[in-house]
Design a protein around this ligand. Structure first.
Ligand code: URA
Length: 209
């Protein structure tokens, strides 16, 4: 079974504290989401395989290592996941990017998929899905099912903040998916917002409220 990786580096904790502050405005919030995504991505890519190569330096030939093996794709869940894309592509500029759009039908709590565009060669890639908040886990579970249906074998999921309920739901539905997050919060309120959380990540990134 894959695991939960709580990436609580001091820089990540500091940036999440600034994001939680209700007085942090959209510009700073956006920058913090991107920077935190970059730091969590650093951990999520720690196990990328390497191969040894020989490189001519100005002075000698160095036996040294470069990343080898399967290529990566990032998949943000629309819309808040878009806020993490700058940060993760700073780390892995050659990665391709897919998009999945989902929303929750408030009448019956079903997740409705309204958009899905994955790279043509996604089945040959490892995928890291990004979404700032793991609340109930319903969207994350359906997004992973969609990506698996496209033939992807190795999937990781990166969040900034996760709820205990979301982690449990995701791990029981997709035990093969590694979860990376910067903080595990207390729980959910009656509207399924993470407590204490940081509010609605999409609204805070895009300044829509
Ligand atoms: N989505 C958010 O943006 N915030 C939450 O607290 C939960 C889901």
């Amino acid at each position: 079974m894959a695991g939960l990786h709580l990436t609580d580096h001091p820089l990540i904790q500091h940036k999440i504290s600034l994001m939680r502050d209700k007085n942090t405005g959209a510009k700073e919030f956006r920058e913090l989401v991107s920077e935190t995504a970059m730091l969590i991505c650093y951990e999520a890519t720690r196990d990328l395989p390497l191969k040894e190569v020989e490189i001519a330096t100005p002075l000698a030939v160095a036996k040294t290592k470069i990343i080898s093996g399967r290529k990566l794709a990032f998949v943000p869940i629309l819309r808040a996941g878009l806020g993490m894309i700058d940060g993760v592509t700073n780390m892995v500029p050659a990665a391709k990017i897919g998009h999945i759009g989902m929303f929750r039908d408030d009448e019956n709590c079903n997740v409705i998929k309204y958009y899905c565009k994955l790279p043509e060669d996604v089945a040959e890639r490892d995928v890291i899905v990004v979404d700032p908040m793991l609340a109930t886990g319903n969207t994350a579970v359906d997004a992973i099912s969609e990506i698996k249906a496209a033939g992807v074998k190795n999937i990781k999921f990166m969040f900034i903040i996760a709820s205990p309920q979301g982690i449990e739901r995701l791990q029981s539905a997709h035990p093969d998916v590694d979860i990376y997050c910067g903080a595990k919060d207390d729980g959910l309120d009656e509207n399924n917002y993470i407590i204490p959380g940081l509010g609605d990540a999409g609204d805070r990134i895009f300044g829509t409220k």
